[in-house]
Design a protein around this ligand. Structure first.
Ligand code: AMP
Length: 353
């Protein structure tokens, strides 16, 4: 067990790290952030900061020497970085979870082996592969990079087979995956926390609305059938068990007439769970801290009949004065300096009767 008073090391210094640090404080932990960027929302509320690259072995070793446990707030941590840290300190979630979550192809195969349903897919490493995949899956279809995609980046919708060569080239020509288009009614996510002892807690299913590939709003409870929620939640628990996962695990699903279709997983706290800060008995951030420190998990039930979370993207954050004048609004600003279009600057949570 990592007892209160210990130092938690976090790789990555964005808003997820900031909210993890804020959740760690009441439990008596201090946070040390490791990240290369100049602007680090997490550093504003942390005990210590190492500003260094993820390939800097000396800086990583020094960091490991100053923390008691290591976690991360983004899934694209290089494998070698994690391996080095794992040789020095406990790291949660585990390397296997990161390997699966970093690669859309491995992720889909892994989930299928566990009995989950994914979009129909094919590995694409050439235009010939893509032609064959389009012939099998049909159009429209979505071509995605296997790695490093986020917020709708690294993907192209293909409407006609004649677009194959250009689409393939635009995404680098190899290490791609073609997905058939899933006809869904809505999108939802399931957030499960798994403790070191295998205990598990999950929040209610969360309905997610995207604009331009970026999460705009999350709502609980989701307008998804109890059967679909149960099947999706059971799958996420199987994924967590199979990986020996410790911490918060988020999986995104499409709700379809034939049942839930797994889209992707994030081995971390997630934007769709921000509402848990005010809306659940234990937030996703506190659950993650509890899990990685080997502490008992908290209760995950709702504190209101319904909760909503709206992202403040770009200039929307400049409306903070109006938001503060609404007594029902819980405002979170991440301390970022430039409100570029689509940039996640903050969020607002509301509890509803
Ligand atoms: P992703 O980065 O894979 O989560 O994709 C971003 C968004 O694109 C998703 O939230 C969906 O709205 C949409 N999308 C991605 N893949 C598919 C698919 N196979 N079928 C239908 N919509 C998709």
């Amino acid at each position: 067990m990592i007892a209160p008073g210990s130092v938690i090391g976090i790789l990555g210094g964005g808003q997820l790290g900031r909210m993890l640090a804020l959740a760690a404080a009441p439990l008596g932990f201090r946070v040390h952030v490791y990240a290369p960027e100049d602007e680090l929302p997490a550093a504003d509320v942390s005990f210590a900061v190492t500003r260094a690259g993820y390939a800097d072995a000396a800086a990583l070793a020094a960091f490991a020497g100053q923390v008691d446990v290591v976690t991360f707030e983004f899934e694209n941590v290089p494998s070698a970085t994690l391996a080095l840290l794992e040789s020095l300190r406990p790291v949660h979630p585990c390397h296997a979870a990161l390997d699966v979550a970093q690669d859309r192809l491995l992720e889909k195969r892994f989930v299928e082996e566990l009995g989950g349903t994914t979009a129909p897919y094919a590995a694409v490493d050439s235009v010939a592969d893509l032609d064959a995949a389009l012939a099998r899956l049909g159009t429209p279809a979505i071509l995605k990079t296997r790695r490093m995609g986020y917020d709708g980046k690294g993907q192209i919708r293909i409407m006609h087979p004649t677009e194959a060569a250009a689409s393939c080239a635009a995404l680098g020509g190899a290490d791609l995956i073609l997905e058939g288009l899933v006809a869904f009614d809505r999108e939802f996510s399931i957030i499960v926390t798994r403790g070191a002892d295998g205990s598990e807690r999950h929040f209610p299913a969360i309905e997610n609305h995207h604009r331009g590939g970026i999460l705009a709003e999350s709502r609980v409870p989701a307008a998804v059938s109890a059967d679909a929620v149960a099947a999706a939640t059971a799958l996420v628990v199987r994924i967590a068990d199979a990986l020996g996962y410790v911490g918060v695990l988020t999986c995104e699903f499409f709700d379809t007439a034939a049942g839930p279709v797994f889209n992707e997983m994030a081995p971390r706290v997630h934007n769709s769970g921000h509402w848990t800060i005010e809306g659940a008995r234990t937030s996703q951030f506190e659950q993650h801290i509890r899990a990685i420190c080997g502490l008992p998990l908290g209760a995950a039930d709702l504190l209101a009949p319904a909760v909503s979370m709206t992202n403040l993207l770009g200039d929307a954050a400049l409306g903070w004065a109006d938001i503060l004048s609404d007594p029902d609004a819980h405002l979170h600003l991440y301390g970022k300096s430039t409100p570029e279009p689509g940039r996640k600057m903050g969020h607002v949570t509301k509890l509803h009767a």
